[in-house]
Design a protein around this ligand. Structure first.
Ligand code: AKG
Length: 297
C-alpha cells in the first residue's frame, strides 16, 4: 500500500499537508453535535464537552480506575506501564476489553453517536488506556501526533481515528493537563529517526521517536492557534483528531490527574503492515483481532 504519510524514513523533517477529511460524514448529514461544536472540531482538531458524564457516573468510573490501579500494583505485565523513575503506575492498557466496567463505558451510546458521526462509519477500539498522572511524581508526555505512531508502528493507513479523553479528576492548568495545538490536525510532521524493534517498551514510558523537531512544533503553534489547554471538572470529555499535535507537562502539584483514553478507529481504516517495515505491535496497544464494530454490541 502507498505510504501517504511517510515518517522516520528521511534524515530531514518535513511538514506534509493532510490528505484526509477531518470530519468524515457527508456534509449534509446531521449528527448529535451542534453546528458550533462541529465547526470548532473542524477548525481546531479537538472539542471539549464539559459535564458530559454525571457526578454519579464519574464516581463509578473513579472507583473503577482506582480499583484497577490497586489490583495492578504488583502485577508484572506489559499492559501496566510504570513511571520512568519510579514504580508508580503511569498507564494501564486494553481496559476496554479486560475490564467489564470499562467495556460498558466504551459502548456508551452517547459517545458512539458522536464518533460515528465524526468518522462517518462504524467504529472499533484501536487502543484504550488509563493514564494516571500522580501528584508530585507524574511525568510528562512529549509532543506527538498519535497518528504518526499508529501509522509508522501499527500500519494505520489513513487519518480516520479519534481519541477520546474522559477527565476523571479535575484538570487544572497546573496538574499536567492535556495541551493541544489547534489547527495542527491539518499538517503531518514527518519525523526523523529509525524505529528500533519493540520501541513501545520504551516509548510508553517516555516517547523519543515520533516527537517532532522544535522548528516544526514552533511552525504549527505559530500558524495555528497557539496552544490550547482544555481544563475543567471531572466528567468532561475531550475528543481529538488522530493527527492533532498534543502533549502534557509533568505534575509536581499534590493533585493527581487521571484520564481514561479510548481510541476509536473507522472499520474502513483497519491496520495493515506497519509502514516502518518492522513487526506488528502487540494486540494490547494496537488492536488487530478485536475489530468487531461497536455498534453491534
Ligand atoms: C497519549 O496517550 O497519547 C497522550 O498523549 C497522553 C497525554 C496525557 O495523558 O497527558
Amino acid at each position: 500500500m502507498e505510504d501517504l504519510y511517510p515518517s522516520r524514513k528521511n534524515n530531514k523533517p518535513e511538514i506534509i499537508e493532510r490528505k484526509d477529511p477531518v470530519i468524515h460524514s457527508h456534509p449534509t448529514e446531521k449528527g448529535p453535535l451542534s453546528d458550533e461544536q462541529v465547526n470548532f472540531y473542524q477548525k481546531n482538531g479537538f472539542l471539549q464537552i464539559e459535564n458530559f458524564f454525571s457526578e454519579e457516573e464519574v464516581s463509578k468510573m473513579q472507583r473503577g480506575i482506582f480499583e484497577l490501579q490497586d489490583s495492578s500494583k504488583d502485577v508484572e505485565s506489559d499492559k501496566v506501564i510504570r513511571e520512568p523513575q519510579s514504580d508508580e503506575i503511569r498507564s494501564v492498557f486494553h481496559v476496554h476489553n479486560d475490564d467489564e466496567y470499562f467495556k460498558k463505558v466504551t459502548n456508551d451510546q452517547r459517545i458512539l453517536d458522536i464518533v460515528h458521526y465524526l468518522l462517518g462509519s462504524d467504529v472499533y477500539i484501536h487502543q484504550s488506556r488509563i493514564n494516571y498522572k500522580p501528584g508530585f511524581t507524574g511525568k510528562e508526555f512529549d509532543w506527538h501526533s498519535d497518528f504518526e505512531t499508529w501509522h509508522v508502528e501499527d500500519g494505520m493507513p489513513r487519518m480516520r481515528a479519534i481519541s477520546l479523553s474522559i477527565a476523571l479528576s479535575d484538570n487544572y492548568t497546573f496538574n499536567g493537563p492535556l495541551m493541544l495545538i489547534p489547527g495542527s490536525q491539518n499538517y503531518f510532521v514527518s519525523c526523523v529517526g529509525e524505529t528500533p524493534e519493540d520501541n513501545y517498551k520504551e516509548s510508553l514510558k517516555k516517547q523519543k521517536l515520533g516527537v517532532p523537531d522544535q522548528n516544526s512544533l514552533r511552525w504549527l503553534a505559530e500558524n495555528g492557534g497557539g496552544i490550547s489547554v482544555p481544563t475543567g471538572k471531572a466528567g468532561a470529555i475531550t475528543l481529538f483528531e488522530s493527527n492533532t499535535m498534543h502533549g502534557s507537562n509533568g505534575n509536581i502539584t499534590p493533585y493527581s490527574r487521571n484520564n481514561l483514553f479510548l481510541v476509536f478507529n473507522s472499520v474502513e481504516n483497519q491496520l495493515v503492515q506497519p509502514f516502518s517495515g518492522g513487526k506488528e505491535r502487540p494486540e494490547f496497544i494496537a488492536v488487530r483481532e478485536g475489530t468487531r464494530s461497536l455498534s453491534f454490541n
